[in-house]
Design a binder for this molecule. Structure first.
Ligand SMILES: Nc1c(N[C@@H]2O[C@H](COP(=O)(O)O)[C@@H](O)[C@H]2O)[nH]c(=O)[nH]c1=O
Length: 142
């Protein structure tokens, strides 16, 4: 997760209107792929990390709950993770957005993927400025 936070940090401040997210996919202690939300907010971190790898049975470390819906109607990151056969998802912080807000983790859990929430949550929240994202979701000026 510390690596996912560092990967995300590289794009901090560049991903509006979306939060910056880091994703690292690991199997047997080996990093298969890692990515951050792209400048401009899309594509999402998980979407990029999953491209071109066999993630079956692997663990995804993500700094923010994977989205449960896309504003474009495209496949959500939680669905992409399920389709890729991911074995486990470890999340730092919950995403308050209506596009996530529990839906992402619920979708994973419903598909039988174990989900853990809260690993390095304080560190991710502070380092990746998620308070500003929370304020934006709640209609406050960040
Ligand atoms: N940037 C980011 C996420 N951002 C979340 O996804 C929501 C929908 O994004 P969009 O469909 O692009 O408008 C957005 O409101 C935010 O809650 N989610 C993720 O799984 N990974 C990412 O890298």
């Amino acid at each position: 997760m510390r690596r996912a936070i560092a990967v995300a940090r590289a794009n901090l401040g560049k991903t509006a209107p979306n939060p910056v997210v880091g994703c690292v996919i690991v199997r047997d202690g080996v990093i298969l792929a890692e990515a951050a939300t792209a400048p401009g907010g899309r594509p999402h971190a998980e979407e990029q990390a999953l491209r071109g790898i066999d993630a079956s049975g692997a663990t995804a470390y993500v700094t923010l709950e994977p989205c449960g819906e896309r504003s474009s109607g495209a496949a959500s990151c939680s669905l992409l993770l399920v389709k890729a056969g991911i074995g486990r998802v470890v999340i730092a912080c919950e995403d308050p957005s209506p596009y996530a807000a529990g839906q992402g983790s619920e979708r994973l859990t419903a598909a039988g993927v174990p989900v853990e929430i809260g690993l390095l949550a304080d560190e991710a929240f502070a380092t990746l400025h998620y308070q500003a994202w929370k304020d934006a979701v709640n209609g406050h000026q960040p």
